[in-house]
Design a protein around this ligand. Sequence first.
Ligand code: 4AD
Ligand code: MG
Length: 445
Amino acid sequence: MATQITINQIADYDGQEVELRGWVYHRTGKGRLQFVQMRDGTGIVQCVAFKKEMTEDDFALVKSLTQESSVIITGSVRADERAPGIPGGYEVGIQNIELVQMAEEYPITPKEHGTEFLMDNRHLWVRSRRQWAILRIRATIISALRNWLDDNGYLLVDTPIITPAAGEETTTLFEIDYFGQPAFLAQTGQLYNEANIGSFGKVYCFGPTFRAEKSKTRRHLMEFWMLEPEMAFFSLEDLMDMEEQLISAVVARVLEKRKPELDILERDLSQLESITAPFYRITYDEAVERLQKLVAETDDPEQKELLNIEWGEDFGSPHETAIAAMFDKPVFVYHYPTAVKAFYMQPVDGRPEVCRSVDLLAPEGYGEITGGSERIYDKDLLEERVRTIGLPREAYAWYLDLRRFGSVPHAGFGIGIERTVAWICGLPHIRETIPYARMLNRMYP
Ligand code: 4AD
Ligand code: MG
């Protein structure tokens, strides 16, 4: 009797008869010998059909298999160093084959396709080797983030997606009709996290977040996943310490668990191996000085224009890329101008024009992957910010309440999953880091 297994278990079944269920990735061969690369979600294995070892019908079926046909194959496993596959090193001699469905002509072939075509066929493209590798690394990044937090005293507390008020900039809200009342898709879970620390001390939320940004860059999605830790009695320095511990643990976990997938992506592993705490830390002031020096020294007029910056301006992607390129590990930039950051950020003592904020810039041009800060915990100061910014006080009454009943210094940050996946996988564009990207000109499939 054949044992039903998955391809990732194949090494444990050398010399035995197994049953595999999956899809035809590729078929080649001629005459009496056929090779079927079969995938089942866990890996790819080469299955070999010899005319003389099978019934005539089964052999004819193998020869007629189209790409992506679904099949159940039984056969014997044998070690063979040369056998391609994931993990590779084993092949299956086909004894029987059962057809589940003969696939129609498959639109995605090994030849080159344009990105728009592939995105239109995303529901099929997810089966391709590179996409398979990326989404498996994504899953590992998410579980590594969550495991580290769970193991270090953070409690997962879910926050709502339908919200009555803005959490970040009011210009990027997706408005919905909530039984006749306006409501918004969550831009962040942070404000609720700040309530939850009053009960649990250290918390995090993880979920989809929505930004109606009319932005078409390779770093922006309308719907992205964010993980947001929030901690009571935490300073900006505590926050940076914690972030670098968390992120280096995540990278180490991906290197440990997802080596074959990183190989498929041809990722330069030495870049990831160097991601160990501590990371670099510079102030916004220093970052601006470094940029201005770069602008002064470059002969390239395009770079001069792109990187030109005055103190007080927010960084764009080119600035972030240029700053990150000055370092061989991620770099924290802290104390941004208060005017370019969110209303809830704590001003720096004695210098209110800058705030206790910190962004983490990833190396290799990936830009901001986390954003966080100390939060204003003084009731009067927060009241004043809500008033001067013109936020509707009623909608924030509960948030202001938190400053009335045992308010404490606290801090937190959000890490964007897709930007982190792009960086760790070494991908030029964010669209491949999420199963079904929502972008300015795309919500299909
Ligand atoms: O810097 P952001 O806007 O911070 C917040 O939302 C805070 N409330 C988080 C907190 O302190 N709890 O977003 C955090 C991260 C960014 O660093 C980036 O990685 C990602 O979320 N992000 C996006 N990713 C993809 N597409 C977009 N449009 C994104 N906007 C932000
Ligand atoms: Mg930010």
